[in-house]
Write a protein that binds this ligand. Structure first.
Ligand code: UTP
Length: 235
């Protein structure tokens, strides 16, 4: 059975835009396909973590304390995902990779949030993917793929259907400074998928049809990050 790790940004899960219906439909889709693929879901913090991090920073907290605040919010969001999945999911967010692996032995789906200060849940999903020997990693995010430039700033930016690990690392590093949630993938996560050689698919997380196809390894609308990259693009 394929092992798939899905990174779902908090900006997809809880943007305060039909969250109940989206999470219900997402859980229904994951439940349906969990008979065919082993699923690990890593949930981000989104606007709620940003609110608390901003508030804590204004109150004088240091950055690693604020990272811990962000991690707690990712685990709250993970609890919402677990609630929607019901009995199929391990009952609580796994606190680390060992717990996730143990829980996966007798649960169809394991959900977790962040782990340690200093990175985002994209990096967590890459590390988890490496630990569980994932067949593929899915980044369900707020853009429908990797673009030549930020598509929210430049309408002429082009979506790249395929990129190499090195190209992704370059793109993530280029936009890192102050770009915040616009970074398509955490640079640390990009380095880990590269060293582990995990095929990664970037897909719009609110497009459940394309998300399901991406998870199942079918053709989908988005970007595939793989060792081949540019060579494959050029045919
Ligand atoms: P996210 O993974 O959601 O960050 O974690 P993000 O990518 O900036 O936000 P979205 O969800 O894609 O919009 C939220 C925050 O929690 C802390 C970081 O401060 C991060 O910005 N965090 C999360 C950690 O420090 N370690 C982790 O393992 C996960």
């Amino acid at each position: 059975m394929d092992i798939v790790v899905i990174s779902i940004g908090g900006s997809i899960l809880v943007p305060d835009d039909h969250d109940t219906s989206y999470i219900t439909e997402l859980a229904g889709m994951l439940a349906k396909i969990s008979k065919h693929v082993k699923l690990f879901v890593v949930v981000g913090g989104g606007r709620i973590s940003r609110y608390y991090i901003k508030l804590g920073r204004e109150l004088g907290a240091d950055e690693s304390y604020l990272d811990d605040v962000g991690i707690e919010v990712t685990r709250l969001n993970a609890r919402m995902m677990i609630t929607a999945l019901g009995k199929l999911a391990y009952h609580t967010p796994a606190m680390n990779f060992d717990e996730a692996i143990t829980a996966s032995r007798n649960h169809d789906i394991v959900v977790m949030g962040g782990t340690h200060p200093g990175h985002t849940t994209d990096a967590v999903s890459a590390m988890l993917g490496e630990r569980v020997g994932a067949t593929r990693l899915i980044n369900a995010t707020s853009v429908d793929g990797v673009y030549t430039e930020d598509p929210k700033k430049n309408p002429d930016a082009e979506r790249l259907p395929v990129v190499s690990f090195d190209e992704l690392i370059r793109i993530c590093l280029k936009v890192e400074g102050g770009a915040g949630p616009n970074v398509v993938f955490d640079p640390l996560g990009a380095k880990i998928i590269s060293r582990a050689g995990i095929e990664t698919r970037i897909v719009h997380g609110r497009d459940l049809v394309q998300l399901e196809k991406a998870i199942l390894g079918q053709d989908f609308h988005g970007t595939i990050v793989s060792a081949a990259g540019a060579a494959e693009r050029e045919g």
